[in-house]
Design a protein around this ligand. Structure first.
Ligand code: AMP
Ligand code: GLY
Length: 421
C-alpha cells in the first residue's frame, strides 16, 4: 500500500522508519519531512493543515493510508476530510481531537466519566480568575484553554506570578488559546505517559514512556517540548496501567463515543502517579515527540499493522508483541533552545554512525544541501538506542551522541536518571 505521513519532526521520522520495515508498505511519502526522512522516504511539500490539499495530494498519488503526526492538522479537521473522501486515516476527527485542543473540554469529559483528575475551574475574564486565585491560594496551575504549542501552562511560584500570568493570558500572550483560562489544583507525584490505541470502541495499550521536559540537567530550567525520553516507564506498573485503563481511559473513551465523537487514533495520556494511583494531567490526540521515537524503536514494523487495525476499527483482534526491551532517546538541540537560537550550523559525523534495528538518529529539524546536513530547528536530532536494559540503551545512545560533531548543539547528559537510580 501507499502511505502518506504528515509532519516534519523526529516523531514522523520514527513513524516512517517503523512503517518502512513492514512489507505492506510500498510507497512511503512524508509531507513536508526533513533531511533524515528524505533518506528513507519521498518528501512532498503542500499545506498539511489544509484538508482539501491533503485529500487532493492523496488522490493524485494513489495513497491508501494517511497517518497524521502533529496536532494542528487534527484540530483543523484533516482526518474528517480524508474520511469523507474515503481515504483510510490514522488520527481522530476534529471533534475528538478537542481532548487535546481544549483543556476545559477534557476536564468536562473527565467529570462526566468520573475519571480522576485535578480539580478545576474555568474563567473568561481576568478579574474573576484573580479573585479565585487570591481565594484558594497556591499551589495551583494556570492553563490557556486552547492549543499553545506546549507553552500555555504556568505553575506560579508566588501569588504575584499567578496574577501576572492571568493578565498575560487574557492580554493575548498565547493568542486565541488564552481567551479562556483553566485553573487547576496542583497534583503531586511522578509523571508518566501512557499510549493507547482506540478505534472508536476497542482499546489497546501500546506502551509507556517518560520524558524530560526541562532544558537543564536534574530537570531544571525552562520547559521544552522534551529533551529526551525512555520506554518503558517503571512507575507505570501493570497495576497502575490497569487502573488508568479502567478508571480514566476506558470511561472517557466511552463518554466520547456516547457523545457522537468516537475517538480513533492514538490517545496519549499524561498521568500523575502517587501511591499507585494515577490521575489524568492531560490528553494529547497524537504520539508524543520524542516519546514516539522510543515507542517506534521498540515496536518496529508491527506499528503499521496496529495503526491500520485502529483505522479499520478492528483493534479487538489486534495484539502487540512485546520484547522485554528498553529504549532511550537523547534530544540534541541548538544552543539557546528553548530561547532564541541560530539556524544553519552544519552537523558532521552522522554518516559514521551505524544505524540498525537498535540504533537510529532520528532527525527533528534538519535540512540537506550538497551532502551537508544543517540544523534548522530548536530540537534537531533524536539519538535513539534500544537494549536489554535501560542502562544498555542509555550507554549506547550516549556513545552515538559522542560521535556527532556539532559544536553549535547541546544535549542533557542525564536522560533516564530517575529510572537508572
Ligand atoms: P500540560 O501541557 O497540561 O501537559 O502541562 C504541562 C506540564 O505541567 C505537565 O507535564 C505537568 O508537569 C505540569 N502540570 C500540568 N497540570 C498539572 C497539575 N494539575 N498538577 C501538577 N502539574 C501539572
Ligand atoms: N513530549 C511532549 C509532547 O509531545 O507533547
Amino acid at each position: 500500500m501507499n502511505i502518506l505521513i504528515l509532519g516534519s519532526g523526529g516523531r514522523e521520522h520514527a513513524l516512517a522508519w517503523a512503517v518502512k520495515q513492514n512489507p505492506k508498505c510500498d510507497r512511503l511519502i512524508v509531507a513536508p519531512g526533513n533531511a533524515g526522512i528524505a533518506e528513507i522516504a519521498e518528501c512532498a511539500l503542500f499545506d498539511i493543515n489544509d484538508g482539501g490539499a491533503v485529500v487532493t495530494f492523496a488522490e493524485e498519488n494513489a495513497v491508501n493510508f494517511v497517518m497524521i503526526g502533529p496536532e494542528a492538522p487534527l484540530a483543523a479537521g484533516v482526518a474528517d476530510r480524508l474520511q469523507e473522501a474515503g481515504i483510510l486515516v490514522f488520527g481522530p476527527s476534529a471533534a475528538a481531537a478537542q481532548l487535546e485542543a481544549s483543556k476545559s473540554f477534557t476536564k468536562e469529559v473527565c467529570d462526566a466519566a468520573g475519571a480522576p483528575t485535578a480539580g478545576w475551574a474555568q474563567f473568561t475574564d481576568a478579574d474573576a480568575a484573580k479573585r479565585y486565585i487570591t481565594d484558594i491560594g497556591l499551589p495551583l496551575v494556570i492553563k490557556a484553554d486552547g492549543l499553545a504549542a506546549g507553552k500555555g501552562v504556568i505553575i506560579p511560584e508566588s501569588l504575584d506570578d499567578a496574577l501576572t500570568a492571568i493578565d498575560e493570558m487574557f492580554g493575548g500572550a498565547f493568542g486565541a488559546a488564552g481567551a479562556e483560562v483553566v485553573i487547576e489544583e496542583f497534583m503531586e507525584g511522578e509523571e508518566a505517559s501512557f499510549f493507547v490505541l482506540c478505534d472508536g470502541e476497542n482499546l489497546l495499550p501500546i506502551g509507556t514512556a517518560q520524558d524530560h521536559k526541562r532544558v537543564g540537567e536534574g530537570d531544571t530550567g525552562p520547559n521544552t517540548g522534551g529533551m529526551g525520553a525512555y520506554s518503558p516507564a517503571p512507575v507505570l506498573t501493570d497495576e497502575v496501567a490497569k487502573k488508568a485503563m479502567d478508571e480514566i481511559i476506558g470511561p472517557t473513551m466511552k463518554v466520547m463515543a456516547e457523545r457522537g465523537m468516537p475517538y480513533r487514533g492514538v490517545l496519549y495520556a499524561g498521568l500523575m502517579i502517587k501511591d499507585g494511583q494515577p490521575r489524568l494531567v492531560e490528553y494529547n490526540a497524537r504520539f508524543g515527540d520524542p516519546e514516539c521515537q522510543v515507542l517506534m524503536m521498540r515496536l518496529g514494523a508491527q506499528a503499521l499493522d496496529l495503526m491500520l487495525a485502529t483505522a479499520e476499527g478492528r483493534l479487538d483482534t489486534a495484539q502487540v508483541n512485546w520484547a522485554d526491551d528498553h529504549a532511550l532517546t537523547v534530544v540534541m538541540a541548538a544552543k539557546g533552545y528553548p530561547g532564541p537560537y541560530e539556524k544553519g550550523s552544519e552537523i558532521k559525523g552522522l554518516d559514521k554512525i551505524p544505524e540498525d534495528s537498535k540504533h537510529m538518529v532520528f532527525h527533528a529539524g534538519t535540512t540537506e544541501a550538497d551532502g551537508h546536513i544543517t540544523a534548522t530547528g530548536g530540537r534537531v536530532l533524536n539519538v535513539t538506542a534500544r537494549g536489554d536494559s535501560l542502562r544498555e540503551a542509555h550507554d549506547e545512545a550516549y556513545a552515538m551522541v559522542d560521535r556527532i560533531d556539532w559544536p553549535e548543539g547541546f544535549c542533557r547528559r542525564d536522560i533516564g536518571w530517575r529510572a537508572l537510580g
